[in-house]
Design a protein around this ligand. Structure first.
Ligand SMILES: Cc1cc2nc3c(=O)[nH]c(=O)nc-3n(C[C@H](O)[C@H](O)[C@H](O)COP(=O)(O)O)c2cc1C
Length: 202
C-alpha cells in the first residue's frame, strides 16, 4: 500500500461546512495519516523534526485547506517555511523528498467559471497554485493536479457529501496504486479521474 499523509490546515473548522464533511468521509483508512496542523500547532510552534519524519515515512503528501486570499491559511505557509529546509528538502544535498507525490485538496468560494482568465477572478486555479507547484518541484517532488471543490457557497449538503465520497475513493485508489500516472498528470483536477460509482471498494 502507498502511504498517504494529509496535512490539514483550516483555522476555523467550527465554521466549516465543506472540510468538516470531507473529514467525516476519510476516517478508518490504515494507509492514511491525518494531521490537523491547527490542532497540533495552535501557537505556530512547529516541530520541524517530527514533521520531517512524517514526510519521510509517507509516499504521497496532501496539502488540504480552503483557499484563503488566493493562497493557503497561514499555518500551512509556516509549515512550508520551516519544514522544507535547505540541505534537506532542496539545495545541492537536499533530496529527502525526491520522488514523492504531492497535491492540494482545496476548496474555494469562487466557482469554476470565475477561475478563468476572462472570469470574475481573472486567473485560473493552476495559476493560483503555482507557488505550490514550484515548491514541490524545487523539492524534487511530483506535483499533481488538485482535488478541487469550487463554488462552495452554492453547494448543498448532498453535493458536499458527494465530494466526500469522491475524496475517500481517491484515497483508496491512491493507496492501491490504481491511478495511471500519465492520466493524473494530464488531468485538470484529480477529481475528474474518480468514479464514485466504484465505491464498492469501500
Ligand atoms: C479569510 C477568507 C479568505 C477567503 N479567500 C478566498 C479566495 O481568495 N478565493 C475564493 O474563491 N474563496 C475564498 N474564501 C472562501 C473560502 O475558500 C470558502 O469559504 C471555503 O473554501 C469553504 O470551505 P469550508 O466550508 O470548509 O470553510 C475565503 C474565505 C475566508 C474566510
Amino acid at each position: 500500500m502507498k502511504k498517504i499523509l494529509i496535512l490539514f490546515a483550516h483555522p476555523a473548522l467550527e465554521k466549516s461546512r465543506v472540510h468538516k464533511t470531507l473529514l467525516k468521509h476519510i476516517g478508518g483508512l490504515d494507509h492514511v495519516t491525518f494531521i490537523d496542523l491547527y490542532e497540533h500547532y495552535p501557537d505556530f510552534d512547529i516541530d520541524v523534526k517530527r514533521e520531517q519524519q512524517l514526510l519521510l515515512s509517507h509516499d504521497i503528501i496532501i496539502w488540504q485547506h480552503p483557499l484563503y486570499w488566493y493562497s493557503a491559511p497561514a499555518l500551512l505557509k509556516q509549515w512550508q517555511d520551516l519544514v522544507l529546509e535547505h540541505g534537506w528538502a532542496y539545495g545541492k544535498n537536499g533530496k529527502a523528498l525526491s520522488g514523492k507525490k504531492v497535491f492540494n485538496v482545496i476548496t474555494s468560494g469562487g466557482g469554476m467559471k470565475a477561475y478563468q482568465p476572462e472570469g470574475y477572478q481573472h486567473c485560473t486555479m493552476p495559476e493560483i497554485l503555482k507557488p505550490f507547484e514550484r515548491t514541490a518541484t524545487l523539492c524534487s517532488m511530483d506535483y499533481w493536479p488538485p482535488f478541487w471543490i469550487p463554488g462552495t457557497h452554492k453547494l448543498d449538503a448532498a453535493e458536499i457529501n458527494e465530494f466526500g465520497e469522491k475524496y475517500r475513493q481517491l484515497l483508496i485508489e491512491l493507496g492501491i496504486d490504481n491511478l495511471n500516472e500519465a492520466d493524473v498528470e494530464q488531468a485538470n483536477c484529480i477529481n475528474d479521474l474518480i468514479e464514485i460509482s466504484k465505491s464498492n471498494l469501500r
